[in-house]
Every structure is written in C-alpha cells, then in structure tokens.
Write a protein that binds this ligand. Structure first.
Ligand SMILES: [Fe+2]
Length: 224
C-alpha cells in the first residue's frame, strides 16, 4: 500500500488501459512531460487531479491511492473476510468489510493480521444458552490491555469495546459465529475458532469421546 498515488501505479494503470503518455496527458489537461515525471518518481500529481486520473482509468480514487484495483465488486458479501484496523496513536478501531485505504492521525493503517492465541493471550469460551461467554486471561492495565473483542459470522460482526481497569470479557450471540477476534494494545490481533476455545477451557482436556460430542454439537450449532 502507498501513502499517495505512485508513479509505478500510474504507469501500470496507463498501460493496462492502453493509453500513451500523450493520450493520458490530453485527458487530464497536462503535458506528456508531466506524466513522464510522475511515472519516474520526479513528482506527484496534484490532489485536484486524483479524481480525473481515477476517471481516466475507470477506477475509484480509493483504488488509485491504495494501488489495489478491486476485481470482485462483491467482496463485501462475506464478513468472514472482515479487516480490522487500529490507530496506534489514538486507539481508534475501524472495521472494514474488505480492503480499504484508511488513515487515522496521518497514518495509513495496515489491516491487522490475526495470530493464533498464545500462552499470554489465552481465551476461555463458554456456551451459555444462545450466547458465547468469552473471557481473555490478560492484564487490563492502562499500558497493557485488551481493547476490543469481536465475534464474526458470515453476515454479522459483534464488536465489544473494552477499557483498562474493566474486565476482559463479553457475551456474544452464538448464531453463526465462526471466529472470535480480540486485540491486545501491545501484542496485536489474535483470533480463535470458538469451538477450539471451548476445548481449551480445561487444562489437560483430552477426552476424545467428550471432545467428539462437543464438536458434533458445535457443528450442528454452526450449521456445518
Ligand atoms: Fe498482551
């Protein structure tokens, strides 16, 4: 991802659209020398030109800036492809249904990549009627805390904001939830399959009969 449209992106899109530097220049009302400068990194197009450039390439300004053209217009249809972004300055949490160019406090935020839970970020999940009770075994001090928990299904995201000195826990409607995410302000994003979280509830849990029963019940519940 780029902070601003780069020469490489302009060149790539121009060639893809089978336009010469001269043809693009004419569309934008600039000289072909100007286009050449952009493409060789000797200058950037003025911000007032972003919309005309995007138009010339038949893409959106967001696509132009991010350098990613969106091939599947229906990408937002599945929430399981959700992205989370967190601003390192203010802690702002942004959820997006797909890739996006998101800026906060002048920083282009990168979509967070979730890690599997580790021994310092253990999650305990219990099924209470139609809800998952999720608790994360973690400190909740001002300097090191869990700042949000989210339960994601194919068509919904339940997001719970947490605060220092509060409890690292929450309740989520089970309906279709396939993934639990939580974010530690120091260690980043973690995710777990809720069924696995239930398995982890008791240490040394390895009763295969009980386990298979649990997985079967979870499978029915999740519609697998
Ligand atoms: Fe942590």
């Amino acid at each position: 991802m780029n902070q601003y449209v780069t020469g490489a992106v302009i060149k790539e899109l121009r060639e893809k659209n089978k336009l010469t530097q001269f043809q693009l220049a004419e569309k934008l009302g600039v000289s072909d020398k100007t286009i050449s400068k952009w493409e060789t990194g000797k200058g950037y197009p003025d911000i007032t030109l972003l919309e005309p450039i995007a138009e010339a390439f038949r893409i959106s300004v967001t696509e132009l800036i991010s350098g990613n053209t969106i091939h599947n217009a229906n990408v937002s249809a599945n929430m399981l492809r959700s992205k989370f972004y967190v601003c390192p300055v203010c802690g702002n949490v942004i959820h997006s249904m797909g890739e996006a160019a998101i800026n906060c406090h002048g920083i282009l935020l990168a979509p967070l990549e979730a890690e599997p839970t580790d021994e310092n970020h253990m999650v305990f999940i219990e099924r209470l009627e139609d809800e998952y009770y999720v608790r994360i075994d973690h400190s909740m001090t001002k300097n090191h805390y869990i700042s949000f928990v989210a339960a994601v299904s194919s068509n919904a995201v339940q997001m719970l904001k947490l605060y220092p000195e509060g409890n690292a826990e929450g309740h989520f409607k089970i309906r279709g939830v396939k993934r639990i995410y939580f974010y530690c302000n120091r260690d980043g994003l973690f995710s777990i399959d809720p069924v696995k979280g239930i398995d982890d509830r008791e240490s040394g849990y390895d009763d295969s009969k009980e386990r298979s029963k649990l997985e079967k019940a979870a499978g029915m519940l999740l519609g697998n």
